[in-house]
Ligand binder design. Structure first.
Ligand code: ADP
Ligand code: MG
Length: 702
């Protein structure tokens, strides 16, 4: 390194321009790839690699075994075959002689193989006329790649204009030469040895210049592991933080309490509910505060389970709250609570932002005095000024819509409440481990008996829609009710009766329908931009059956319960996530009558058809969540952009599932056995607190 390089405190933080051969001009290009410092370059993960070490020499070839050869195209031609197809033939010169490649009925190969092109061919060669010929082999272009003459592993990076593979690889290699010796490994040597992890310095080198695929994989896994491991250590610390101290009051469920609660419901609990109740009762009996996630598909009966926990608190003379993310949902839960407690003397109240200032003040005072035992509400519950001094159980519904911070908002007092988080979005395990990794998880997989699956059909194009409207009108005439769900509010001006195209706007759809397919039916309209009174009025009119049809945005997504509504049309279904569509159709699976969900779409590409097809095929919310997760990433599954993934630097919880599990196991073990508190882990701990201290609210941890 030259003398004039301004060394940062940590040399790895040196701006990338000081890597030999880089300079300010290239540094500006690298910035587009988020490569700002030497460290960024050292640990830049190639998106994949070419394994040139597998290339065979011509003498090694034999028939009927798959081989890979590497060389330069020296000749190519395309000729018609007798039956009118095209045969492309290429000659490739390798270090050890010529081979031929032939491509039947792939005329485009001619353009892909111009003379001079460096390629790798993989396939089974055959001997023709004294030469080896690969018939329709796999072709990998080596253009713009580093030379790789020595074989080995060629990394292939994500690129940007002005930076090619060769250039980037050269810079990364020089960064390793110039700065590699500054890399110190935060993981204790004993730990690395025990788990066969390479030193971080070797990992950096092998990301960019590995001789074998094995070395490269070990290097890549080391970098991904560190990312996942640090995050899981944070999660484990957070878990330890709130399990420490024994600061909750034990609320054991006696046989008497259990019987009194069950008597409130006119049905037997399902096996899943019983299991959930059992796990929750065990948590409540402990003086370590419960932190449990209850996940169950729409309609599985979560509210009942939540109420069980809440009433247990009440039975012990404590208070309980249930917090929902929206007014609509809070009202829905309130209705369930009121229904179940119709003959009970439990003091209960609904607290939402819609109360007048005076009423809210009074209610706050009554809650503070301990007179109110059970509270259902919205976020108004956790706003300043609401004190719940004897809080024993807090249930948070659809927590991901609140964000992590609010989960902890109840634990302000000196006694921590037992917390139950509920979600109707079944969360794939890989995501549960990141987003909700510090919680215990209960999953209810069964539904109350007698539920019929919703018949779901994709309805592509105007013709199919016409038929469907006919069917729907028949059902409406039999007395059923219909939801029409639209992706956005929009405006009525977008209505276009002439056009065959689907409208995304709820206002426009409403207008089109009342003037068209649903002329003569009582149709209501509801969306989030209406003021609250109008919204309530529209919801109520639909609940009472005054309106037969409700055209709405996704405000009905969760919780609204109208057993007579068995029909649902979703406009431009492709604009929704699969999990969201599954939630939506849950609205028409409430009663004992069969529900129908029609996915209206103008998209007919195979990919679009396949995507919505998942919903036609299965009603298993978990399977759908996995598919959604794979297709669109975790943010969409959770209906929010903020996701576990964003906390990670390079790892992907879905793709790197196995590593995630390993990292989690090791992280939890270290924290639980307190090994993590020993001095040889200090460097890692500092890094964990630096990265996640704030997000995970670890401030109190030493
Ligand atoms: P979720 O909140 O999971 O979507 P709910 O708790 O709102 O489901 O329950 C959906 C409906 O099923 C409610 O009408 C509820 O009364 C009913 N229900 C819940 N548990 C049972 C059960 N074990 N047997 C019969 N009906 C049930
Ligand atoms: Mg519910």
């Amino acid at each position: 390194m030259a003398d004039d390089v301004p060394l940062a405190d940590d040399p790895l933080d040196t701006p990338v321009q000081y890597v030999r051969g880089c300079g300010p001009r290239r540094a500006a290009l690298l910035a587009k790839l988020d490569i700002l410092t030497v460290r960024d370059l050292l640990f830049l993960l190639p998106r994949d690699v070419l394994d040139l070490s597998v290339a065979a020499s011509v003498e090694e070839l034999n028939a009927d075994t798959i081989h890979t050869v590497r060389g330069v195209v020296v000749d190519v031609d395309a000729r018609p075959t007798r039956n009118g197809r095209t045969l492309v033939k290429a000659v490739v010169e390798t270090n050890s002689g010529m081979v031929r490649a032939s491509f039947f009925n792939q005329p485009w190969m001619r353009k892909k193989l111009p003379p001079g092109q460096r390629v790798m061919l993989t396939g089974k060669p055959k001997r023709y006329d004294g030469a080896w010929e690969f018939s329709s082999p796999q072709v990998q272009s080596l253009e713009g790649e580093p030379d790789g003459a020595a074989g080995g592993i060629e990394p292939r990076y994500a690129l940007t204009e002005g930076v090619n593979q060769r250039g980037l690889n050269m810079l990364a290699t020089r960064a390793v030469e110039g700065f590699g010796h500054y890399i110190c490994d935060p993981l204790p040597k004993a730990f690395r040895d025990q788990h066969g992890l390479p030193h971080l310095r070797d990992a950096a080198a092998n990301l960019h210049a590995a001789q074998t695929l094995e070395d490269f994989n070990a290097a890549r896994d080391r970098v991904l592991f560190d990312d996942l491991f640090e995050f899981q250590l944070g999660v484990a610390l957070r878990r330890r933080l709130w399990r420490s101290g024994g600061s909750a009051d034990p609320l054991p469920v006696s046989a008497k309490i259990d019987a009194r609660i069950r008597r409130l419901f006119p049905f037997e609990f399902t096996d899943g509910q019983n299991q959930a109740v059992k796990e929750i009762a065990a948590d409540l009996a402990s003086e370590i505060a419960m932190h449990r996630l209850l996940q169950a598909d729409v309609g599985a009966g979560k509210t009942v389970v939540a109420l069980y926990a809440m009433l247990t608190a009440v039975a012990h003379g404590r208070q309980a709250v249930l917090m929902a993310p929206t007014e609509v949902l809070a009202n829905q839960h309130w209705a369930t609570v009121q229904h179940a407690l119709a003959h009970s003397r439990v003091e209960r109240r609904l607290l939402t932002g819609r109360l007048t200032a005076k009423k809210r003040k009074d209610l706050r005072a009554r809650i503070k005095s301990g007179a109110v035992q059970l509270i259902v509400g919205t976020q108004a519950l956790i706003q300043k000024g609401v004190e719940i001094p004897r809080l024993g159980v807090a249930v948070v519904d659809e927590q991901h819509k609140f964000g992590v911070a609010q989960r902890a908002a109840f634990s302000a007092g000196d006694r921590d409440p037992h917390v139950l988080v509920m979600t109707a979005t079944p969360i794939p395990r890989s995501l549960a481990l990141t987003q909700f990794g510090d919680l215990d998880v209960t999953t209810v997989r069964d539904l109350p008996p007698g539920r019929q699956p919703v018949v779901t059909s994709r309805v592509p194009g105007p013709k199919a829609r016409q038929k469907t409207w006919h069917f729907i009108r028949e059902k409406l005439d039999e007395g059923r009710q219909l939801y029409v769900i639209c992706p956005k509010v929009g405006s009525a001006d977008e209505a276009d009766a002439e056009s065959d195209e689907l409208s995304a706007s709820v206002e426009a759809t409403y207008k089109e329908l009342v003037e068209g397919e649903l002329k003569g039916y009582a149709v209501g309209l509801v969306h989030g931009r209406m003021d609250a009174d109008k919204k309530d009025a529209a919801m109520n009119a639909f609940k009472t059956g005054e309106t037969r049809v409700l055209v709405s945005t996704t405000v009905v997504e969760v919780g609204v319960d109208v057993p007579n509504a068995t029909l649902m049309v979703i406009q431009k279904a492709e604009s929704f996530g699969l999990s969201q569509l599954h939630q939506l159709r849950g609205r028409v699976a409430r009663g004992s009558r069969r529900g129908y969900c029609f996915l209206y779409t103008d998209q007919t590409s195979p990919a679009a058809t396949e995507r919505l097809g998942v919903l036609e095929r299965t009603t298993d919310g978990f399977e759908i969540a996995e598919a959604d997760f794979a297709q669109r990433g975790p943010g969409h599954v959770l209906g929010t952009r903020q996701s576990g993934k964003s906390a990670l630097r390079v790892a992907d919880p879905q793709r790197d599932r196995d590593l995630l599990e390993t990292a989690r196991r090791r992280a939890f073990h270290l924290v639980e056995t307190a090994q993590f508190d020993e001095p040889d882990w200090a460097m890692v701990k500092a890094e964990v607190l630096d990265r996640f201290g704030e997000v995970l609210e670890l401030a109190k941890t030493g």
